[in-house]
Design a protein around this ligand. Structure first.
Ligand code: ATP
Ligand code: MG
Length: 420
C-alpha cells in the first residue's frame, strides 16, 4: 500500500470535538472517521485492524464448533413482544422505525429472539442438537452516553454466539469451553494478563453471569480482582455471599477499573420457552432446549487496544492486528534512495508481507512522526545516508530500538516476524 494512493490521511492535530483518547488517536492517525457521537466509519487502515480482531475471534469460535451466520439488523415487533423485550420500558436501547405499511420494526441490539425463532425451522430431534451458532455483526444501541469513542458506540461491531443444548450437562460443558476460548482470544490480542473472568449479575437459572474485564483506567466498571486466583468480582455482586461462594479472601482483593470486553450468560429456557423451540428426545418425548449467549465487543476491543498500547507519540499496534508490519519511510527523492525503497517495497509485497510505503513528497520529520502516530511495528528508513552505508535503518515502534541492517538481515527479520 502506497501512502500516495491512500485517500485517508493523518492529521497534525487531534480532533477537538472528541474527548476519548482512543477515538482521538484513531481519528488523528486516519483509522476512523467520526459520523456523530458514538458512530464512526472505518477508513482503510482501521478496516484492516477491525477485520484482524474479528478474525482472531472467528478462528477461536470456529475451533469450538461455532457455525458462522449473518442475521438481519431489521427486527419485527411481533417476535420481540413474545419474549417481552419490545417495550422501551424493558429495553431502553432500541432504535425503532416503521415500514411503509405501518408495521413497527427495530434495529437489532442483540439477537436471542431471532436466532431462537430461526432454529424452529431446523431443530426437531435430539439428533439436531447441540447447535453453536454465531455472527459478527453491527448492532444498534441507543446508548444514553457515548463519550468513550469506540468503547461505547451507538453502532458497534459485536460477536454474538448462541448455544442450544439438550440438557444442563451439555450446556455447562460448552459454557466452560466457551470460557476457555474467550481467554484465548484475549491472550492473542495481547491483553491476556490483564483480562479477568469476572463474576457478575444477570444469569438466568444461575446465580451469576461471567464478564471478561480488562483492567484500564478509562473503564466504566469497577471490579475486585484476586490476581493470584486470576478472577474478578463485579462491584454489583460484591458481598460476603459471593466471597464465600468463590472461597476468596477479602484481603487478597484489589479494587480496579475495567472495561467489559465480553460476557457469557446461561439463559436456560427463557427464550426457547417464550418462542416455542423444543426437541423430541430418543423416547419421543418433547423436551426443553437450554440456551447460552456469548458476546464479545469487537469494536470496543479495537478502542481498548488502541488506547492500551498507545504512547505519547501515537498508536502502537501488536504485530497480529497492525494494518501492516512494516512502513518504509523514504526520506528524500534522490534517485538511488527511491530505487532502493521501491525495490524493498516490491520485494516485501511479493513475499506477501503487509507493508506500507511512505512515498509521499513530504518532509522527513513528518514521515517519521507519522510512522510513529500510525503505530506500525517496524519503520524501515531509506535515505541518502542509509544508501551510502549500504544498510537500512530499522526502528522498532514499541521500544524505539534502532538497528542498521543489510537487505538480507532485514528480510530475515521480516520472515521471522511473519512465521511467529
Ligand atoms: P455494557 O454493560 O458495557 O453496556 P452490555 O452488558 O450491554 O455492556 P452485552 O449486551 O452483553 O453488553 O454485549 C456484549 C458485549 O458487547 C459487551 O461485553 C461489550 O464488550 C460489547 N458492547 C456492549 N455495548 C457496547 C457499546 N455500546 N459499544 C461497544 N461495545 C459494546
Ligand atoms: Mg449495555
Amino acid at each position: 500500500m502506497r501512502l500516495t494512493n491512500l485517500f485517508s490521511k493523518t492529521s497534525k492535530t487531534s480532533p477537538s470535538d472528541e474527548t476519548s483518547r482512543n477515538a482521538r488517536l484513531l481519528i488523528q492517525a486516519g483509522y476512523i472517521h467520526k459520523e456523530m457521537a458514538g458512530v464512526y466509519d472505518y477508513l482503510p487502515l482501521g478496516k484492516i485492524v477491525i477485520d484482524k480482531i474479528a478474525n482472531i475471534v472467528r478462528e477461536e469460535m470456529n475451533a469450538i464448533g461455532g457455525q458462522e451466520i449473518g442475521m438481519s439488523a431489521l427486527q419485527g415487533k411481533e417476535l420481540w413482544e413474545k419474549s417481552g423485550r419490545w417495550d422501551d420500558k424493558v429495553v431502553d436501547a432500541w432504535f425503532k422505525s416503521k415500514l411503509a405499511n405501518g408495521s413497527e420494526v427495530g434495529l437489532g441490539w442483540s439477537h436471542e429472539e431471532p436466532i431462537t425463532n430461526m432454529l424452529i425451522s431446523y431443530i426437531q430431534s435430539y439428533k439436531d442438537l447441540p447447535v453453536y451458532v454465531y455472527q459478527i455483526q453491527t448492532k444498534f444501541r441507543n446508548e444514553l452516553r457515548a463519550k468513550s469513542g469506540l468503547m461505547r458506540g451507538r453502532e458497534l461491531l459485536m460477536k454474538d454466539m448462541y448455544s442450544f443444548s439438550k440438557d444442563k450437562d451439555e450446556h455447562e460443558k460448552f459454557y466452560e469451553t466457551a470460557t476457555n476460548a474467550y481467554l484465548k482470544v484475549y491472550k492473542r490480542l495481547g491483553v491476556g494478563d490483564i483480562t479477568y473472568k469476572t463474576f457478575a449479575s444477570g444469569g438466568i437459572f444461575t446465580k451469576y453471569s461471567h464478564e471478561f474485564q480488562t483492567l484500564s483506567e478509562v473503564g466504566e466498571d469497577t471490579i475486585y480482582v484476586d490476581k493470584a486466583k486470576k478472577l474478578g468480582i463485579n462491584k454489583e455482586v460484591f458481598n460476603d455471599e459471593v466471597l464465600a461462594h468463590l472461597g476468596v479472601n477479602k484481603e487478597h482483593l484489589k479494587k480496579e477499573r475495567a472495561v467489559e470486553v465480553g460476557n457469557i450468560f446461561t439463559l436456560g429456557s427463557r427464550y426457547s420457552d417464550a418462542l416455542g423451540l423444543r426437541y423430541t428426545d430418543k423416547d419421543g418425548a418433547s423436551r426443553q432446549i437450554l440456551m447460552g449467549c456469548y458476546g464479545i465487543g469487537i469494536s470496543r476491543l479495537m478502542g481498548l487496544l488502541a488506547e492500551h498500547f498507545a504512547d505519547d507519540k501515537g498508536l502502537v499496534w501488536p504485530i497480529n492486528i497492525a494494518p501492516a508490519i512494516i512502513i518504509i519511510a523514504r526520506l528524500g527523492e534522490e534517485n538511488e534512495t527511491t530505487k532502493l525503497a521501491d525495490e524493498m517495497y516490491n520485494h516485501l509485497t511479493m513475499m506477501g508481507v503487509s507493508v506500507i510505503y511512505d512515498d509521499r513528497d513530504v518532509r522527513a520529520g513528518q514521515k517519521l512522526t507519522d510512522s510513529e502516530l500510525l503505530g506500525i511495528p517496524y519503520t524501515v528508513v531509506v535515505s541518502e545516508k542509509t544508501v551510502k552505508n549500504k544498510k537500512f535503518e530499522v526502528r522498532n515502534r514499541k521500544n524505539s530500538d534502532t538497528k542498521n541492517m543489510s537487505k538480507d538481515e532485514l528480510l530475515k527479520m521480516v520472515a521471522s516476524l511473519t512465521t511467529n
